[in-house]
Structure formats: structure tokens, C-alpha cells
Design a protein around this ligand. Sequence first.
Ligand SMILES: NC(=O)c1ccc[n+]([C@@H]2O[C@H](COP(=O)([O-])OP(=O)(O)OC[C@H]3O[C@@H](n4cnc5c(N)ncnc54)[C@H](OP(=O)(O)O)[C@@H]3O)[C@@H](O)[C@H]2O)c1
Length: 337
Amino acid sequence: MKRDGNAPRHQTIGLEDKVYIAGHRGLVGSALTRRLTREGFKNLILRTRQELDLADQRAVDAFFRKERPDYVFLAAARVGGILANHTRPAEFIMENLAIAVNVIGAAHRSEVKKLLFLGSSCIYPRHCPQPIKEDYLLTGSLEPTNEPYAVAKIAGIHLCQAYNRQYGTRYICAMPANLYGPGDNFDLETSHVLPALIRRFHEAKTAGAAAVTVWGTGTPRREFLHVDDLADACLFLMREYDDPAIINVGVGEDLSIRELAELVAEVVGYQGRLVFDPSKPDGTPRKLLDVSRLSRLGWRASIPLREGIEQTYRWYLANFAGHAPHSAGSREDTVKG
Ligand SMILES: NC(=O)c1ccc[n+]([C@@H]2O[C@H](COP(=O)([O-])OP(=O)(O)OC[C@H]3O[C@@H](n4cnc5c(N)ncnc54)[C@H](OP(=O)(O)O)[C@@H]3O)[C@@H](O)[C@H]2O)c1
């Protein structure tokens, strides 16, 4: 059934198709580029932010008119940890709204066959039953520390669903758990908790620091998905999933920030003391995704957390440690949750 110039539902992505990966230099975008290249995709379309600012609607329209991609992985976004979201809310909502509006609108105008939009588990209410089912979306108030970002992601979801309903487009929405892996952001002001822990413990080890202080109480529980697993799931969904309903992508298990800190310290080889600073924000108490919808389709994560952290630490040592300004001067170091 062909509707409105969009690909019939049974048509699936092929190695000859033109595939645009928005945000290809980011954590997710670089993993998608690795995965699709390994799979043998021949026509990947990649643009740096300097080449194409996705917040610039004219530039985005001109790009889509010229390149006419068949498939789009929308992995570009303004992303950051608690501190960055807390101090720059306007930038987080504006940039993410602009990227979603510009790319989804242009994709429709240039009749892209299928698009995958990436949201995040922060779209779900702060206090919802665990594990979190996709149906819990908009059933309660959001976590205040990253609400502007979450609202922009929810708007992106509704944009996709509204286009699907009005124009018969095939825009799907994946909601990943917290991600980590090679290519992560290790900047201590803007990074997420896991890369921040790797860097802090490594620097504390090399400086011989007696203790490392971790933001918060250590009790919040989090789920971590290796970014290569996510890239694999995104390709699987682009091939197999055509439902407008959002779909969670995770491992289906979580651990406390204290357990995570202890695991990262072990992998890095840091033997000093861990101190938790309860005066700093914890964020949402628990955020475990229900991944039964995706596992019913036959997909499961395959990279265990310890193995993934070991691999990420090796990447950090090879690509970051020694290049970054050394900050571990004092005897006590602090990690922002
Ligand atoms: N990281 C996580 O834990 C996590 C968890 C769940 C969902 N997600 C979702 O996954 C997606 C990708 O996140 P990520 O972790 O890969 O983020 P990231 O590492 O910060 O990568 C984002 C990419 O988007 C590009 N970008 C941002 N604004 C742009 C603009 N105006 N024009 C062109 N390019 C722009 C960035 O370009 P530059 O390289 O030039 O900065 C970067 O390459 C996001 O939608 C995010 O919500 C992430």
C-alpha cells in the first residue's frame, strides 16, 4: 500500500540505500556509523555541525532537497549530564526542539522513506512504576533537573506520530536507557555519570588521591546500555519496526550509583575511599526501562556492563587520558552524578 509518496510498509532498508546519520560524530552517531559501515552500507551521508547546522531550517531544507536520503537516523541533539541541564535549560530545549522540527519537517518534504528519532528515558514521569512501560509516557510530572530537555524530546515524539497519522509517514521513536561506550563525553562539566566516574577514578589513581567524592547519596538506581548495543537495536528497528508507538531500548536491569562507582573503581584499579556527597542532587530515584516490547520482537542487548566499562576505559586511555587537562591536584576529588 503506497501512501503519500512514502515507501510501502514492507520495503526495508538496503545496503544500496542513501542513509543519513545526523550527529555522526557523537556517541550514538559514531556507533551507528561503525555498525552500518561494518554491515556494508555503501551510501552513508554524513555532515559535521560546521557543514550543516541542524538548527538552521533553510540549510536543513537545502541539504535534504540536494541529497534526498532514503533513510534517516536522527542521532543529533544537545545532550548533557545533570549539571549541564541544570545550568543551560534554555539551550537544551531550544536546540533540541529546533533539530526535531527542522529534520522531521525536511524529511517529509523530501519524502524520506523512514526515519528513526531518538528520545531518552528521561521522558517518563519522575515517580512512575518500575520497570517503566512505554504507556507511562505523560502520566505524571517529569524530573525537574532535565525537564526542558525531556519536553523537547516528547515534542519530537509527537511530531513523528502526528506526521505518521496525517501523512502516513514511517517515523519510529526509540527510547534508550543511559548510554555509555567509546566516543563518550569525558568533560567533567557536561558528561554523564559513567564517563565522569571513569575519568575521576583514573585521575585519582594516577595522582594517588586518598578519596573520591561522588555526587549524591549513591542510592539512585540506573540502567546502562552499551552504545554498540543501541546501534545494533536501531538497525534492527529500522528493518523490523513500523509501529508509531514509542519503543524502549535497554538491558532490563539496573544498579545503584554506589554499585556503579564501586564497579568502575575496580575496573580502573582505584583503591582509595569512595565518599558520597548527599548535598548534591540525586536526580530521579530509579529509571529502569521495561524492554519486553523489544524483546518480543526478538532483540536483546549483548554487552555485559563490566565488559563494556573495561572496553570504554581502554578507549579512554587510548583517546583521552593524558590529552585532557589534569585536574586531580588535591587529595580529594569530586564526581558529579
Ligand atoms: N548519551 C546518552 O546517555 C543518551 C541516552 C538516551 C538517549 N540519548 C539520545 O541519543 C541521541 C544522541 O545522543 P549522544 O549521546 O550521541 O550525544 P552526543 O555525543 O552529544 O552527540 C550529539 C551529536 O549531535 C551533533 N549536534 C548537536 N547539535 C547539532 C546541530 N545544531 N547541528 C548539527 N549537529 C549537531 C553534535 O555535533 P558536535 O560533535 O559538533 O557537537 C554531536 O555529534 C540524542 O537524541 C539523545 O537524546 C542519549
